[in-house]
Design a protein around this ligand. Structure first.
Ligand SMILES: C[S@@+](CC[C@H](N)C(=O)[O-])C[C@H]1O[C@@H](n2cnc3c(N)ncnc32)[C@H](O)[C@@H]1O
Length: 265
């Protein structure tokens, strides 16, 4: 079912400078079709983007004084608030990697219910270094949950079939996605650390949010989700606690011709 944009919802594009939990509490429960959350991954690092000097470059901290428990408590509070925003056909993707995804899976099963777990998507990205002591770590994991098990809106992306039997046909994309990470020369790169490729968000947004629906990303970084939502005919609400992130997202959306309303929670 294709839903028309609801004029009672925030403008087609609303960008907020603020803490994820504060912003989530300000939004209308049950109004959101898709939440994408790409939070800090518990890397223990400060992520710094390309820039003339480390001081001037956009950055965000992923360091947790209280260790894993501290991180999981932070993540759980935000995921619980974000879950409340979902409509009965809504769903939420939580993007993580090996650092904490297994702990987060258990925590999210507790929040959503084990039956609401839909997929573990493995994003194969290829780029980056490798250690001589172990297999190269070349994937992230996205955990996908439904607000109401079985009621989620879903339209599978189709990709070219590779078997000889299906030559020239398409098939449903499987639960592993081979999508190149952005290299330093990529045209869509905007200079924000951990920026995700639009092709990744396009698969998530177009498969899991109906046209005209509402997408929410409250750790938006460089605004990849909002840029894709705007380009594919969805409404969006984006936020980040970093002023650099909000500035970069606004410029990115403006360059795309999207209308952006800026507010504080
Ligand atoms: C992994 S990055 C997101 C990258 C984004 N998906 C992109 O494509 O550019 C995580 C973001 O979460 C933001 N963040 C961290 N803690 C936050 C919080 N408490 N509330 C809102 N944003 C937060 C950081 O500033 C950072 O921009």
């Amino acid at each position: 079912m294709v839903r028309e944009p609801d004029p009672a919802l925030p403008a087609r594009g609303e960008l907020l400078l603020g803490e994820c939990l504060d912003v989530a509490k300000r939004l209308e429960p049950g109004s959101v079709d898709l939440v994408y959350l790409d939070p800090p991954f518990f890397t223990g690092r400060r992520h710094v983007g390309p820039g003339e000097s480390a001081d001037a470059a956009p950055s965000f901290s992923d360091q947790w004084r209280g260790g894993l428990d501290d991180y999981l408590g932070w993540l759980e509070a935000r995921c619980a608030a974000l879950r409340e925003l979902l409509s009965p056909t809504g769903s939420m993707y939580v993007h993580l990697d090996w650092h904490a995804v297994h702990y987060a899976k258990v925590m999210l099963d507790g929040l959503f219910g084990y039956d609401a777990f839909l997929n573990e998507i493995v994003w194969l990205y290829g780029l980056g270094g490798s250690s001589p002591r172990r297999w190269p770590r070349k994937h992230d994991t996205l955990l996908w949950y439904a607000r109401e098990p079985g009621q989620q809106w879903f339209e599978a992306t189709r990709i070219p079939a590779t078997s000889q039997r299906m030559a020239g046909q398409t098939k449903k994309a499987p639960d592993w996605w081979d999508i190149p990470a952005l290299n330093n020369m990529a045209r869509e790169r905007v200079g924000y650390p951990t920026q995700k490729p639009e092709a990744l968000l396009e698969r998530i947004v177009t498969s899991s949010c109906p046209p005209g629906g509402l997408v929410v990303d409250l750790c938006c970084g460089s605004g990849t989700t909002a840029a894709v939502a705007a380009r594919t005919g969805r409404s969006w609400i984006a936020a980040d606690v970093s002023e650099d992130a909000v500035r970069i997202t606004r410029a990115r959306l403006a360059a795309q011709g999207a209308t952006v309303q800026i507010s504080t929670p």
